[in-house]
Design a protein around this ligand. Sequence first.
Ligand SMILES: CC(C)(COP(=O)(O)OP(=O)(O)OC[C@H]1O[C@@H](n2cnc3c(N)ncnc32)[C@H](O)[C@@H]1OP(=O)(O)O)[C@@H](O)C(=O)NCCC(=O)NCCS
Length: 427
Amino acid sequence: MATDDRTIVILDGGRRTPRADILINNREPGLFSRFSTTQLGGFAIAGTLANTKLDRGLVGHVVMGMAQHSHRDSIYAARGMSWRGGLDKTVPALTVARICGSGAEAVAVGAEIILGGLRHDRERPFVVVGGAESMQYPFTLYGVRGKKLGEAVQKYGPIDAKALPAGTHLQDMLLMSLYDPSAGMAMANTAEELGRRYQITREEADAFGFRSQSRAKAARDAGAFREETVPVAVQLDGASDPLEVVHDTHILDDASLAKMARLPAAFEAGGIVTAGNASAVVDGAGAMVIGTAADAAKHGAKPLARLAGVGVAGCDPKIMGWGPVPSTERALAAAGISGKDVDRVELNEAFAPQALAVIRDFGKMGIDAEKVNPEGGAIALGHPLGATGAILTLTCAYGLRRAKQRYGLVTMCIGGGQGISLVIEAL
Ligand SMILES: CC(C)(COP(=O)(O)OP(=O)(O)OC[C@H]1O[C@@H](n2cnc3c(N)ncnc32)[C@H](O)[C@@H]1OP(=O)(O)O)[C@@H](O)C(=O)NCCC(=O)NCCS
């Protein structure tokens, strides 16, 4: 095993929260709806520190991904996650945002901080990296500051709703965020566009959604996610004891292809993206500790995997979902391996036609379609934007170890037209 100071290792012990739907059965607020993004990130960091055999005083920096500012404390982001997670106030924290790739970006930036040296704390050489996202995005009101509402001009502070002019409407930041002005369409429509270009049928998209659900259920039932998950206690109204949330909530126990085939197109007439083959909208977070192989050896920490290569690429925003293809080419080249060497892929399933288009091009690179998402993906598990890259890195690293495999690829498309890929090697 490498013990040099240029190899970045991910330590054993990283943890993620379960991923919880933003609503429970479309009837009431989701299980994590009362947690802000910083709280979710705090749970993941606390779980990571509790399970990583390392003196937390050796952590010198925190880098966490987050896509959207969904709560009043979101501006503090990584810093809020850091203290909530139990790190000392003297540990600085950086928030990174590459939208859906933010969690993977955090791994890359953490590695660069260590390798680059400019901001590296040599006394505390380990970095906590990860990502968090509460998708309980707010409904917002624009154009009010400076307007006369009732008797006064609105400058700061709470708004008297009764004073709002008739016809004032609140915008849904969730829906608005998933629309890219540069593409002139919503994320889902970019997936429809990819589906058209790759001539993907509704049947293929549904079969892929069904595959995701079936694999995720089998993995959950086999306890595959247990070693990467930190349960989260939730106090529900009227309950005497907190509920311990252990599992991802979007996994269906009764997924059926026949039922999926009856679901209407969710985004455009004649389209193939439905609620059954699109990523679920969920809240969640993930974290892990990274450092050099030399520091891991020096401090007796146990590496789980090595970061072998990183790739990031831009593409046409109208087919943003294709981004993992060029970013993976770069990451494989950086790792010095070919697609044939990849044993396991965690490809974020933003939408089935998007994932299928990427998998088709992965085939040309020698990556076997069967190796993609062996335990399901975001269609069943959900996609908490800024957290996904970190969560998939954990799933990949632990999955490689369980299967005694070597190389893993973690990749996701990014709204606005980008892709990010990490190649890891199990140790
Ligand atoms: C597609 C989308 C709009 C669906 O949202 P939703 O309507 O809240 O989805 P739900 O999970 O509530 O499913 C809707 C219905 O379909 C049913 N359904 C979903 N998946 C199913 C499946 N596999 N089999 C059978 N029924 C299914 C649900 O049970 C639900 O039924 P109900 O209305 O009777 O309760 C939403 O998931 C979405 O926008 N996803 C993409 C998010 C995104 O763009 N992320 C960024 C990517 S870049």
